[in-house]
Ligand binder design. Structure first.
Ligand code: SF4
Length: 93
């Protein structure tokens, strides 16, 4: 049985992305190198920042779900994108 969900999309870089997902960041693997933070800031969404020595999602509402942060991370600390639920955010937030 299929499931139908309503989605919000974002147009960026000549492509269409499904909004609502945010990166899950493994704090053990994070080096606080800022590659993901700087790339996301340069691209525009500016979702991430370094907090207490690790990358964290600080502006989840800005995330367009393009996954650029995953590609920027040298340690694969960002491996998954998951649905953002303000009532139950991932532990990494
Ligand atoms: S790119 Fe990876 S290792 Fe660097 S700050 Fe971001 S999550 Fe941490």
């Amino acid at each position: 049985m299929s499931k139908r969900i309503e989605v919000e999309v974002a147009e960026a870089f000549g492509r269409t992305f499904v909004k609502g997902n945010i990166p899950e960041i493994n704090p053990v693997r994070c080096l606080a190198c800022r590659h993901c933070v700087n790339l996301c800031q340069k691209l525009g969404p500016n979702v991430l920042d370094i907090v207490d020595g690790v990358a964290k999602v600080v502006r989840p509402e800005n995330c367009i779900g393009d996954g650029a942060c995953m590609m920027a991370c040298p340690t694969k600390a960002i491996f998954l994108m998951s649905r953002y639920d303000p009532a139950s955010p991932p532990a990494a937030i």
